[in-house]
Design a protein around this ligand. Structure first.
Ligand code: OGA
Ligand code: MN
Length: 296
């Protein structure tokens, strides 16, 4: 089998790649992992169809790409979890595998994934790569969309670029969920998810390209009044998620989708809440906070 990487959508050749000629479950060489990392530098998001993986195989493959994150951003307590702490549970299922009730707290919290975001931007050291495996996917709906934050930066006018360059944003899951009117947090969760600071503009250490580091977890900008900060971030978000910057992934069972959280945002789309959707995410951590990265 020969590893082959090509544009997933020929109308947008520089965003979203399709990877074939690879059997991840059988093990991936260092050389193959290096080729994948080079491809994701270009495409931002990679689709690997027909990868029938279990949790261990998914985790082992992810380990090629850096230090692994634990699923500390999930709302389920350890005793209520369906999956190990190595896996983010991106499903609508309880620990017995039953579809959550419409008003279940874990489901309502999970709806936050339908807002544009970058994974773990609410952690001091945010996520580098996310790898999402489609174990059970709905017949229709439930697509995942990706928006290219490099293209968004490149097309910002010069005055706005100048204004953004040194801004520091405050990120928290309390802010993203707050936007949906979900504020049902325990004191422990409020403490665990207290806001962290991230730069608004970041430079990718491998490609050297700049991008806007947007996420629905943003609730404020240092030294700005909150309403003004939220309007400003809202405007950037509108710019960054225009159709020409967006790729929509339509899931098939056993797709594995890998993306670089440093250069794109993503969100889930609606689906019938009474049908199963079981996606599982492994997450590779970045090395340092964006505050410790040099951008100029
Ligand atoms: C995630 C996520 C979107 C989706 O796994 O981090 O945001 O479509 N998923 O489920
Ligand atoms: Mn996500």
């Amino acid at each position: 089998m020969q590893l082959k990487i090509q544009p997933a959508d020929t109308s947008r050749p520089g965003f979203a790649g399709l990877v074939t000629g690879l059997d991840i479950a059988a093990g991936v060489s260092k050389e193959q992992a290096a080729a994948i990392e080079e491809a994701i530098d270009l495409y931002g998001v990679l689709i690997f169809p027909d990868q029938k993986l279990n949790d261990e195989q998914q985790y082992q493959f992810s380990e090629h790409f850096g230090p692994m994150e634990q699923a500390t951003g999930d709302i389920a307590q350890k005793s209520e979890r369906r999956l190990s702490m190595n896996i983010n549970d991106i499903s609508n299922l309880d620990k017995d595998g039953k579809v959550l009730k419409r008003d279940d707290r874990a489901r309502l919290f999970g709806l936050g994934n339908m807002l544009w975001h970058s994974d773990s931007s609410f952690k001091t050291v945010p996520a580098r790569y996310s790898l999402l495996s489609g174990r059970v996917v709905p017949q229709s709906g439930g697509n995942t969309q990706f928006a290219d934050m490099r293209a968004a930066w490149d097309t910002l006018d010069e005055a706005l670029k100048e204004e953004c360059l040194d801004l520091i944003c405050n990120h928290s899951q309390l802010y993203s969920r707050g936007k949906l009117g979900f504020d049902d947090f325990t004191d422990e969760e409020r403490k665990k998810w207290a806001p962290v600071k991230q730069r608004l503009v970041r430079r990718h250490p491998r490609t050297q390209r700049l991008s806007i580091f947007l996420s629905s977890h943003i609730g404020g900008i240092d030294n700005w009044p909150v309403p003004e900060a939220r309007l400003f971030i809202g405007d950037l978000n509108e710019h960054a998620t225009q159709p020409q910057f967006v790729y929509s992934h339509v899931w098939k069972q056993w797709d594995l989708v890998m993306w670089d959280n440093r250069v794109l945002m993503h969100r889930a789309r609606r689906y019938d809440h009474s049908v199963q959707r079981d996606l599982r995410r492994t997450t590779v951590s970045d090395a340092v906070s964006t505050l410790d990265q040099v951008i100029v």
